[in-house]
Design a binder for this molecule. Sequence first.
Ligand code: FES
Length: 67
Amino acid sequence: MNQILITPLDNGPLLVKGPMVLQDAEGNPFPVDKPQVGLCRCGHSARKPFCDGAHRGKFEDCCRVEK
Ligand code: FES
């Protein structure tokens, strides 16, 4: 897979699949040892930028392409 696939999950994280480099604002890399990761988009995770499941029951958003 040459492209990274990013899917905003309903009421949850951004699911990112594919070869990636994930870094902080200073350019320091976060360890990514899996083919996919969930990135927090609710703001409640204690493991940012990764989702830790804290969104459950606290975050509602479903992204859809407008047609
Ligand atoms: S999206 Fe899961 S903890 Fe924020």
